[in-house]
Design a protein around this ligand. Structure first.
Ligand code: FES
Length: 167
């Protein structure tokens, strides 16, 4: 079908794309903008490898079309951290060995950064409705991160990395 024009702000830079309207945000990032840090695992919303942030909220980029985000700001793993230093969440994943093969890691990191913002904004989890609590349990981290699958099962270290940043 006929290409349509989409304007995105990607990692702070305005980007203009001409895409088939059926193009997912994931494919737009990977195939049109060559931002291959965002991974394609299942391509159907099951694994979280494709997680990016849109206007600060985490989203499975395989489940949404690029055209639906015209004018919005997308942050990918390439947009976290700086040339000379890692984002604190990236550094924590390194420190705690929060990965084995690394394929799920960009999605884990984008998801966890957005997840901590959700907590600041008072978004309740299914396991913890009490927002007045001060502790942040492993159970709650696991529940809030349950959309991000790690086939190597590095979960204990992923949770440790996230708690390190949260505390
Ligand atoms: Fe999008 Fe698996 S690739 S959730």
């Amino acid at each position: 079908s006929k290409n349509v024009s989409v304007q995105l702000i990607v990692n702070g830079e305005p980007r203009s794309l001409a895409v088939d309207p059926r193009t997912t945000l994931l494919d737009a990032l990977r195939e049109h903008l060559q931002l291959t840090g965002t991974k394609k695992g299942c391509d159907q919303g099951q694994c979280g490898a494709c997680t990016v942030m849109v206007d600060g909220r985490r989203i499975n980029s395989c489940l949404t079309l690029a055209v639906m985000h015209d004018g919005e700001s997308v942050t990918t793993i390439e947009g976290l951290g700086e040339a000379t230093h890692l984002h604190p969440m990236q550094a924590a994943f390194v420190k705690h060995d929060g990965y084995q093969c690394g394929y799920c890691t960009p999605g884990q990191i984008c998801s966890s950064v957005a997840m901590l913002r959700e907590i600041e904004d008072g978004v309740p989890s299914h396991v913890t409705q009490d927002l007045s609590r001060v502790t942040f349990s492993d159970t709650e981290v696991r529940e809030r991160m349950s959309g991000n699958i790690c086939r190597c099962a590095a979960y204990a270290n992923i949770v440790a990395a996230i708690r390190d940043v949260a505390e």
